[in-house]
Structures are given as structure tokens and as C-alpha cells.
Design a protein around this ligand. Structure first.
Ligand code: C5P
Length: 404
């Protein structure tokens, strides 16, 4: 299923060995349902032919400023007007220099100069020495100042035999970086605190009580919030998920540690999203040593854990609180009851079989207006939809808590 926020993309290919990866990129973009118009520089045609890109995009490829196939002879204006965004992949050092100078010496650079407010993203690809050269560093700074988005580069093996920065992002990474970059910055200036993953309640030095939460949903929301411009603090139980770049990550083990971390970081937060699967009970008097097995029945004494979310939502001046609920039956009824009991403006509910481990899920958002189902989608897509719903619910007059 396609989830891209852009419909029409102009892909510019410049001269570099990474041009071969542009073929796979265009294939992925088309599979996402995006209408792709490819424009290549003369140098790009030395590495890969327009015929390949034409077959993959299903459209004629343009290379020449003087191409007579465009009716009014103004391909540079037509193409930049038609596109929702422009992505240059790969972008050579030479092309970045052209962009930095505002040159219009071929079709692609002229399209970029004529783009108006169409977002421009470049995926650099070059040898390490070229990337580190003072002139390139200067050009990169200029591009950023001009509001051009840089996607990558990555570090790794290079075609010339060097290892280091300068590799173009892989096609799938580029697709993800592009989507992230184009998210509207609806949470700029906002602070978001999240809990994610399971808690682990120790029984002895080696064992404990935990659950199957992977942390995927919480980490996806943290990532989506970062993409939307928020400052993010993520309090996480044990999880193998990659921490989202740019978030402040606080690792905890038990529910009590999670509560402490949340309370210590609550000041000035605008939004609190409680995604963690917090254990309902902890073990009273866990053993410091590993318990030896014998023939007797072992009884564990359990005491209830504090409800972290309810602690926050019942504060006198709480941030906007969002809860999660995984239910095995009567989803709407049980989840709505939980929302009211915990005093929450918004709760995201899903079925238990969907809650743990999978990459996709299905959510129902419950608020005072009723139920808003979000159909099955990757967790990152659901995370973006959830945050857009939160943004709509934040009172427009609500100031950032830290401004009050
Ligand atoms: O009551 P239940 O555990 O089903 O509530 C789920 C919601 O409450 C989730 O948002 C979860 O993160 C939060 N919660 C919490 N502290 C607990 C139990 C649940 O913050 N001890």
C-alpha cells in the first residue's frame, strides 16, 4: 500500500557511479504510486542510459535544455511547476557547486533554479576526499542556508577503494529520508515526552516478569515527532529498536525507574504519550542472588505498580496526555472506559494480537468526539496520523508550557 505524502516527484540524476542506484530508487518510487519525472545531466548518461530510466518511470526522460518535445520550449519551468518536490540522486560535487552558485547551465540546474517554493532535496555521492574538500564543505553550508535539504551521505566502502563519508544512501533509505524530510513541521517548538517498550520487574539476580512489547510503536512515534520538528525525550524499557536520531533516550528497566524518569523530565513538556507496556505488578523483596530450584512450591508476592500515565494526567497542569490500550475483546468499550478512568483527552486502542512485535498495526483513536479508526498501516504511518490528530486537538491558543 502506498503511504507517500507526495504525488509527483522530479528525480534528477547527475554524473557519479551511484547513478546505477537511481534505477532501483525510481522503481521503488513508482511502486509507491508516485508519478516520477526523470531528468538526467549529460554526465549521468555516461553511467546509466535514459532508456533504463524511461522504462522504469514509464515516462520520457529529459536531458537537454533545448529539447523540443516540451510544447512551449520551457521544460525547466514546466517541470518545476508540475512537481511536489525535487530529489537529486545522486548529486555530484560539481552539481552541488552549481546549486550553491545558482548556475543554470543545463536542464537540471535550470529546473532547480526555477523551482520557486518546491522543496529541493539532494543526496550527495562522491569520494571521501571530495566530500571533505573545503570547497564542498562551503557549498554544503550554502545549500543548507538556502533551505535545500541534504539526505545523507552515508559512510562506508566507496567505488574508488576508500572507506568513509560520501556514499549515497541506499534507495530504500532515500525513500524514508525523503518522506521524513517532507513531513510538515507541525510540532516545531513543542516538547514531547514518551514512554515505550516493556518494563522488567526483577524476581532475582537473573529472572524477572516482563511482556512481549517490542517498543516499535513508541519508537515510531518518537521518530514521527522528531520529523515534525518536536524536541523528543524517549523513556524506554528494554528494546532492540534503533534509537531515533535526535531524541534524548533514557533507558530504564522497571516501572518504578520509568516513573522516576518521567517525573524528572516532565517539566516544560507539551505532550506526554504513554506507549510503554508497564507491568501491573512488581515482586516484593526480589532476591539479590539467583534463587536455587528445589522441590517446593515457590510463591512470589506481587504488589501493584504505580500508574505512570494516571500520575501525570492527574497533575494540576498536565501536558496533553495520550494513552494506549491493548484489549483482547470489546475494544471500544473497554478502551473508552480506560480513557475516562485515566482522565485522558486522547487514547489509542488496538487489539492485543496487533499490539506486540509486528511492523503493521491498526488503531482506533478515542476522544470526546468519538472514535476515529486508523486502518492497518506500518507503525510509522500510524504514528504520523496519531500526531496529526494530537496537533488538531491542541488548543490553538495553548502556549508552549515552557513559555508560560
Ligand atoms: O491500565 P492499562 O495498563 O491497560 O493502561 C494502558 C495505558 O496506561 C498505557 O498508555 C500505558 O503506557 C499506561 N500505563 C502506565 N503505568 C502503568 C500501567 C499502564 O503508564 N502502571
Amino acid at each position: 500500500m502506498a503511504h507517500s505524502s507526495i504525488k509527483r516527484l522530479l528525480v534528477g540524476i547527475t554524473g557519479g557511479i551511484a547513478a546505477y542506484k537511481a534505477a532501483e530508487l525510481v522503481r521503488l518510487l513508482v511502486r509507491e504510486g508516485i508519478d516520477v519525472q526523470v531528468v538526467m545531466t549529460e554526465a549521468a548518461c555516461q553511467f546509466i542510459t535514459p532508456v533504463t530510466l524511461q522504462a522504469l518511470s514509464g515516462k520520457p526522460v529529459f536531458t537537454d535544455l533545448w529539447d523540443s518535445r516540451v510544447d512551449n520550449g520551457m521544460a525547466h519551468i514546466e517541470f518545476s511547476r508540475d512537481a511536489d518536490a525535487i530529489l537529486i540522486a545522486p548529486s555530484s560535487a560539481d552539481f552541488m557547486a552549481k546549486l550553491a552558485q545558482g548556475a543554470a547551465s543545463d536542464l537540471l540546474s535550470t529546473i532547480c533554479l526555477a523551482r520557486g517554493d518546491c522543496p529541493l532535496m539532494v543526496a550527495p555521492a562522491m569520494n571521501l576526499q571530495m566530500w571533505e574538500n573545503a570547497a564542498t564543505v562551503r557549498n554544503v553550508g550554502q545549500l543548507k542556508n538556502d533551505g535545500i535539504h541534504l539526505l545523507g551521505p552515508n559512510s562506508g566502502d566507496q567505488a574508488c577503494g576508500d572507506t568513509g563519508l560520501g556514499r549515497m544512501l541506499e534507495p530504500q533509505e532515500l525513500l524514508e529520508a525523503m518522506e521524513a524530510c517532507l513531513q510538515p513541521k507541525l510540532l516545531a517548538g513543542k516538547r514531547v515526552l514518551l514512554t515505550a517498550g516493556p518494563t522488567f520487574e526483577a524476581i532475582d539476580a537473573a529472572r524477572g516478569i516482563t511482556n512481549l512489547s517490542s517498543g516499535k510503536m513508541g519508537y515510531a512515534i518518537a521518530r514521527a515527532a522528531l520529523e515534525m520538528g518536536a524536541e523528543v525525550t524517549l523513556v524506554s524499557g528494554q528494546s532492540s529498536q534503533k534509537p531515533p536520531l535526535g531524541a534524548t533516550l533514557i533507558k530504564v528497566i522497571s516501572a518504578q525507574q520509568m516513573l522516576t524518569a518521567v517525573m524528572e523530565n516532565l517539566n516544560n513538556q507539551d505532550i506526554f504519550i504513554s506507549v510503554a507496556a508497564v507491568a501491573d505488578y512488581y515482586v516484593l523483596n526480589p532476591s539479590e542472588q539467583k534463587i536455587k530450584k528445589d522441590a517446593h512450591i515457590l510463591t512470589l508476592e506481587l504488589a501493584p505498580n504505580p500508574d505512570i500515565l494516571a500520575n501525570v494526567s492527574n497533575l494540576p497542569n498536565p501536558p496533553f496526555c495520550v494513552g494506549f490500550a491493548a484489549e483482547s475483546e470489546n475494544l471500544y468499550e473497554f478502551a473508552e472506559h480506560k480513557r475516562r478512568r485515566k482522565n485522558l483527552p486522547l487514547l489509542a486502542a488496538n487489539l492485543l494480537q496487533d499490539a506486540f512485535g509486528g511492523d503493521d498495526s491498526e488503531l482506533v483513536l478515542l476522544d470526546d468526539q468519538g472514535a476515529h479508526p486508523l486502518p492497518r498501516a506500518p507503525k510509522l504511518v500510524l504514528a504520523r496520523q496519531l500526531l496529526r490528530h494530537v496537533v488538531k486537538m491542541l488548543p490553538s491558543t495553548r502556549k508552549n508550557r515552557h513559555d508560560r
